[in-house]
Design a protein around this ligand. Sequence first.
Ligand SMILES: NC(=O)c1ccc[n+]([C@@H]2O[C@H](COP(=O)([O-])OP(=O)(O)OC[C@H]3O[C@@H](n4cnc5c(N)ncnc54)[C@H](OP(=O)(O)O)[C@@H]3O)[C@@H](O)[C@H]2O)c1
Length: 335
Amino acid sequence: MIEPVDPALVPRQLIGQTGDSIPAIGLGTFGSDHITAAQIATAVSDAIQVGYRHIDCAAVYGNEAEIGQVLNEAQTRGVARDELWVTSKVWNDRHHEVEASCEASLRDLQLDHLDLFLVHWPFPNHHDPGVSVEARHADAQPYVHERYMETWAQMERLVDRGLVRHIGTSNMTVPKLELVLRDATIAPAANEMELHPHFQQPDLFDTVTQAGIVPIGYSPLGSPARPERDRTDEDSAPLDDPIITDIAKAHGVHPATIAIRWAVQRGQIPIPFSTTQRNYHSNLLASIGPVLSSDEMASITAADRDCRLIKGQVFLWREGQDWQDLWDPNGIIPT
Ligand SMILES: NC(=O)c1ccc[n+]([C@@H]2O[C@H](COP(=O)([O-])OP(=O)(O)OC[C@H]3O[C@@H](n4cnc5c(N)ncnc54)[C@H](OP(=O)(O)O)[C@@H]3O)[C@@H](O)[C@H]2O)c1
């Protein structure tokens, strides 16, 4: 029997806008196209009993109804709604109907409000679950700032209506985020971005934190079970990096513990996915310790390889493009 972690021991980050605070680690719920909704809901239920209070959901993960059932049961068991932090996201094909998308997520999650609602990707595109890396949608679109701000205005209305406590962005770049910060009435409270020791995004991280935005780090372990379409020969595995494995050995822990603890100490909120109890329990414990020394933190900083794993190829909008075009090479947003 595993010893639950007291949620009061898990660090939190303050959100300046509202004075709320967000648990410094969350549980991811994207099954990478091969873990079923039922398996993930079972893990969410047990993870809450183990001590998680922050769950990262999204409509496109196709499991919000199953997760809603277990969130409801957790509250019946005595976990108060305001102890839970639940995030959801509007998918790319619903940028023009954000309010309806949020209302559907609320119904599925059996909640009357979300703690955080994100624009999942800044492209109004769609791809079906499980498609190959070459798949392109006929109506694929580039980032058009005016159109994004129309989507953002709908996000702001959700705050005004009390349906969401905070709104945020995801999969942004420095140039896109600067435009949003310039034009938003309600600034993003959080930005969800790929962050692990081999992809630290220092420029975006600094832009986000200097704007008072909370960085939420996805794929914090290097997403070892990510879909086939997100794999290339150049990809590296942060948990196999000798810098990480040596620090793990020195502390007598798994390399995943070091990746999580580094994230929390750096100031981003990791949201590792797991349906294996031993793993999600040790990930939660990693948010508390072991404390990494400044030398250990510096050597992990030096381990960055600028290796983006979740490239987003399926969102490209023109023939002959490279996935880098999604991420504004040289600071320019391609049209
Ligand atoms: N905003 C976005 O566009 C976006 C994109 C990607 C992901 N996300 C979010 O981020 C979450 C996490 O990212 P991810 O799922 O790509 O990757 P990840 O969390 O880096 O990796 C998950 C994988 O690591 C394994 N794992 C977990 N803990 C472990 C441990 N302590 N020791 C060894 N292996 C461990 C899991 O297997 P077990 O199940 O066996 O533990 C699973 O296969 C997603 O679920 C989703 O919520 C958001």
